[in-house]
Design a binder for this molecule. Structure first.
Ligand SMILES: *Cc1c(COP(=O)(O)O)cnc(C)c1O
Length: 407
């Protein structure tokens, strides 16, 4: 445990660890975490250099593989996710790549939820196949489909929960049991919930993956990622890829994420509250056909809220009447919301998935994934709820107007 923690005997609370873990104060006595912008580290003697390189002596060598600021972020995130080891990466995609390179080999097979980040699908289909690794896709919440897709060569189960943009969920405890029964690893991309709302390792997952770019930063400033898990899988295998291949996190970005973690729990609670309010309000609008939000009682996996994830999260999706025309009308009528595909920011963002994040899918693939032309995704930020509602109400009124004239 960290020397700055009040009582190293008992495990301190989540909020305490988010603020205190990972900073090992230097002789300067600095209060805030310092940024070590140095590419390499010096040794006292040739013998010490040799001992560091051979691994006999712990300590810094070169910032591609160890840097005190990056280390501080890794320790803090590991503590929040409840894992023994964390490795920070240059981006969320670099984290997924490092997991695949570190833990898979030619001939291995992945079973993945089909509702995953677009670039992850691309990585699996276009690049991993070149190295002899195949992937099968299943509907996220279909337990029978997961079981049926496992082959003797299956080594990894991969999912995001809740999914983007429809906020579908999977029972992580059940999926972890399935993975264990077949000798597979379960990796969960925990980007949408963060450890403030959901801790997959406690539910039996082997690996947690993050795009730190989203809620860990929380203010849309930096690109980064991380993998959390045990010492063998993450501390040795995944770390080995980073050390050798080099998709490392920069110390400055690590510092931004480190400070982001300090307010993570407060922000996630506030994002969840605001998203729940917005989801309820949207459900009452006649221009809205359907709302997707885990916190709504009519959500198909609503029973998992409060059990595996503590809150609904900050993402709300909804179908607008009139298909693409209606959706674009709502988006284009906003004056405050940011039209951008990013999420996890204090600024509310709005997207049309069918023509942006999911635009590369064929119409059939989009239909199978349930992403309609009228679907709009909002990543609810921390502005006043009334202002977010007012910004959406303008476009919804236009759509409603059109329909009332037609009928
Ligand atoms: C953004 C995102 C990623 C990729 O992260 P980058 O930091 O952009 O590389 C992976 N998974 C999910 C769920 C994401 O939202």
């Amino acid at each position: 445990m960290n020397p700055d923690l009040p009582d190293a005997e008992s495990v301190p609370g989540f909020a305490t660890r988010a603020v205190r873990v990972g900073h090992h104060r230097t002789p300067e006595g600095e209060h805030a975490e310092p940024v070590f912008t140095t590419s390499s580290f010096v040794f006292g003697s040739a013998a010490e250099a040799a001992a560091r390189f051979s691994g006999e002596q712990a300590g810094n060598i070169y910032s591609r593989f160890t840097n005190p600021t990056v280390r501080a972020f890794e320790e803090r995130l590991a503590s929040l996710e409840g894992g023994a080891s964390c490795v920070a990466t240059a981006s969320g995609m670099a984290a997924i790549l490092a997991v695949c390179m570190g833990l898979l080999k030619a001939g291995d097979h992945i079973v993945s939820s089909r509702s995953i980040f677009g670039s992850t699908t691309m990585l699996f289909n276009k690049y991993l196949t070149r190295f002899g690794i195949a992937t099968s896709y299943v509907p996220l919440s279909d337990a029978a489909a997961w079981a049926a897709a496992i082959r003797p060569q299956t080594r990894l189960l991969f999912c995001e929960t809740p999914s983007n943009p429809l906020t579908e969920m999977v029972d992580l405890r059940a999926l972890a049991q399935l993975a264990g029964a077949h000798g597979c690893l379960l990796a969960v991309d925990n980007c949408f919930c963060t450890p403030a709302l959901q801790r997959p390792l406690e539910l039996g997952a082997d690996l947690v993956i993050h795009s730190a770019t989203k809620y860990l930063d929380g203010q849309g400033r930096c690109i980064g990622g991380a993998v959390v898990g045990d010492r063998k899988l993450v501390g040795e295998e995944v770390f080995g890829v980073l050390r050798t291949a080099g998709p490392t996190m920069s110390p400055f970005n690590a510092w931004v994420f480190l400070k982001g973690l300090e307010t993570l729990e407060l922000r996630m609670q506030a994002h969840s509250r605001a998203a729940a309010d917005l989801a309820c309000w949207l459900s009452e609008q006649s221009a809205v056909e359907r709302v997707y939000y885990p916190g709504l009682p009519n959500h198909p996996q609503h029973h998992l809220v409060g059990v595996q994830q503590q809150g609904g999260g900050g993402i709300v999706a909804f179908d607008v009447r009139g298909g693409r025309t209606g959706a674009w009308q709502v988006i284009d009528a906003t004056r405050m919301l940011s039209i951008t595909a990013n999420l996890g920011d204090v600024k509310t963002t709005i997207t049309h998935p069918a023509t942006t994040t999911h635009g590369r899918l064929s119409p059939e693939e989009r239909a199978a994934a349930g992403i309609g032309e009228g679907l709009v995704r909002v990543a609810v930020g921390l502005e006043s709820s009334a202002d977010i509602r007012a910004d959406l109400a303008r476009g919804l009124a236009l759509v409603e107007d059109e329909y009332s004239h037609r009928t």
